[in-house]
Write a protein that binds this ligand. Structure first.
Ligand code: ADP
Ligand code: MG
Length: 313
């Protein structure tokens, strides 16, 4: 059992440009060893710095190593080579691992999507375990040994933060997919993490559920300063991040603002990825000679560009 740590009060180291570095992935290689098979390099020499307050989207084709990276961020996997530092502490130091685990919590996507998902320290999977919502949210802080009174306050607060306070006595099984995800996020939130890693949180949701969850995640980032690492297959979701990291065959092939990354339409396609629909459309129209920006990221931007063009004519 872990002792109660309130990470959010701790000092966090500063990098050169005065941004606070939360996670430093340094020359990380991960090799899966399966008996009777050649060692498999799922990540190869990956370096990545995640600053406090960042909203980072990680994209990549199936099997590119996204979930493997996610499992390193919450120290469920340990580096084969290289290192991961969380608030300056190395995941390779067994004495520090319990100190650093509460900093970064991973909300697993869904077990159906990820055949390799193993049991985490907190919950068997993303399915809600208790028969009423508030007990489910209390599960994480209870495991951390948080005192009873404090748990009650945290549960109420977390449910409020995800906009689900009126459902606290409900049965999770009666909720929509989007609401279930928000309850799962409240459960993570109640553990007071510095960073939440979300591996495909919207994969199984309908458009309105996806919108609900994305709005919730953004609110946690903006209003509470929680660092977000979002793994997603949806390019429209990746566009809403401050930063997009592309992983291809275990290596980072692009890392920058959504504009930097998605404006390279041909490169993205060559790597088996899509770009957001408005980006592709504006790119193609610009290629056809229309005098508009070829790197619109959202429908709104594309609409504005087209209006400008039509009105000018
Ligand atoms: P992604 O999340 O991007 O789809 P993963 O990180 O889950 O990719 O997997 C990367 C590669 O590593 C895949 O080829 C996958 O089959 C392999 N892999 C993942 N987990 C294991 C494991 N526990 N044992 C062996 N190979 C694995
Ligand atoms: Mg995965």
């Amino acid at each position: 059992q872990v002792s109660f740590v309130n990470c959010r009060q701790k000092g966090i180291s500063h990098s050169m440009d005065n941004k606070q570095v939360l996670i430093e992935v340094s020359h990380l290689t991960h090799i899966y060893e399966t008996e009777g098979e050649a060692p498999f390099y799922a990540l190869r020499d990956v370096s990545l710095q995640i600053n406090k307050g960042d909203f980072v989207a990680v994209i990549g084709t199936n099997g590119s190593g996204k979930s493997t990276l996610a499992r390193h961020l919450d120290a469920i996997l340990l580096p084969s080579e290289g290192d991961v530092l969380v608030d300056g502490l190395s995941v390779k130091n067994p004495d520090d691992i319990w100190k650093i685990r509460p900093y970064v919590l991973r909300n697993k996507g869904n077990p159906m999507e990820d055949e390799w998902e193993e049991l985490g320290p907190m919950k068997p999977d993303n399915q809600l375990v208790a028969s009423i919502v508030e007990d489910d949210v209390a599960f994480g802080p209870e495991n951390l040994g948080v005192p009873r009174e404090e748990i009650i306050a945290r549960v109420a607060d977390s449910l409020k933060k995800v906009g689900m306070e009126s459902y606290r006595k409900h049965s999770p099984s009666m909720l929509s997919g989007g609401q279930k995800q928000r309850i799962a996020i409240a459960g993570v939130l109640a553990m007071h993490p510095e960073c939440i890693v979300l591996d495909g949180p919207t994969a199984m949701l309908d458009p309105s559920g996806r919108k609900e969850v994305m709005e919730t995640i953004h609110r946690l980032n903006k209003e509470m300063g929680i660092t977000i690492v979002l793994i997603t297959h949806f390019m429209e979701e990746a566009v809403t991040a401050n930063r997009v990291v592309v992983i291809h065959k275990g290596q980072i092939t692009a890392d920058g603002t959504p504009e930097d990354v998605f404006s390279k339409v041909e490169e993205m396609k060559a790597g088996g990825l899509d770009v957001p629909v408005p980006t592709e459309l504006s790119y193609r129209l610009a290629q056809l000679g229309l005098p508009i920006r070829g790197d619109c990221m959202t429908n709104k931007e594309l609409g504005e560009e087209l209006c400008r063009f039509v009105l000018k004519k």
